[in-house]
Design a protein around this ligand. Sequence first.
Ligand SMILES: C[S@@+](CC[C@H](N)C(=O)[O-])C[C@H]1O[C@@H](n2cnc3c(N)ncnc32)[C@H](O)[C@@H]1O
Length: 313
Amino acid sequence: MTDDATRRWLDATWTFVRAALPPAPARALEVGCGPAGGFVPALRAAGYDAVGVDPAAPAGPGFHQVEFEHWTPPAPADVVVACTSLHHVDDLDHMVDRIAAATRPGGTLVVVEWAHERFDERTARWCFDRLPPGEGWLHHHRQRWRDSGVPWTAYLDDWVAAEGLHRADAIVAALGRQFRARSLVAAPYFFADLGITEAAERAAGIALTGLRWVGSAEQAVDRRDLAVQGARDALAPVDLDDRRGAGGAGLDGRDGRADHAHRLVPGLALDGGEHGIGAVGQAGRADDPDGLGDELADGLAGAQRGHAERHQD
Ligand SMILES: C[S@@+](CC[C@H](N)C(=O)[O-])C[C@H]1O[C@@H](n2cnc3c(N)ncnc32)[C@H](O)[C@@H]1O
């Protein structure tokens, strides 16, 4: 990403992250903050005691230039943020275990991710046709695809394999083994590199390949109920205002929230607004035309089954 694109990206996604934070002051940790420091400066400005961990982190107090797996947190964080870092890590389950260990019980995990498995040819062409002049990751892949002469899907498969990128459904499944999912929405992903707004990307009707997930470190939750209920219901959107009261209620199907006004799509809220978490529950597409709900819900269902099996004895 260019510096401008990084700024646009962080500014836009901060709206989502900020809405999911516990009240300040609190201890915050960003996993994979990147060379610009990610959300750490904004977290500090908002009153959080924030640190960033990333081999590419900038110099300065509170930044640790090391892979998260090799860093020992001084104390559990109240909130952990991971923005587009998880799809890059070597061992996803190990990483999620480490994040869980670094989060206090009842703490919050906020994840922004990329569902590369939804990056279809139509979406790629739409993005590549609109790239502003410059040198970024999309410019790089536009050129490499042109040079390769292979169909888009073959190119994407090679790229993903070469870089060992994790799929979004695998990330959601890994998160579900350690955290209780509270909301999951699909969101625009390319707008910052294209120099457009999230709303403009959404309006284009291309695949929403961004993923925004919020969960709680509540190990005491018995996910056998979730497995019985089914992952699609388990992923129903919730109003995060409930985090102050019911603590993520609505995901276990035991609290009557099936009738809640915010529960629009069985399985997954396709974020219909521009404001991330603020938009959860505002708009859903009952037919889930992009199928993201099925893929991600299947991932969570698998995770829940695994969790239930591990806890049966
Ligand atoms: C796509 S960049 C995202 C940077 C920043 N979070 C943002 O959204 O602008 C992914 C970042 O994850 C970092 N990363 C990858 N694996 C990591 C790991 N195991 N521990 C910490 N950071 C990691 C990379 O160094 C890189 O800076």
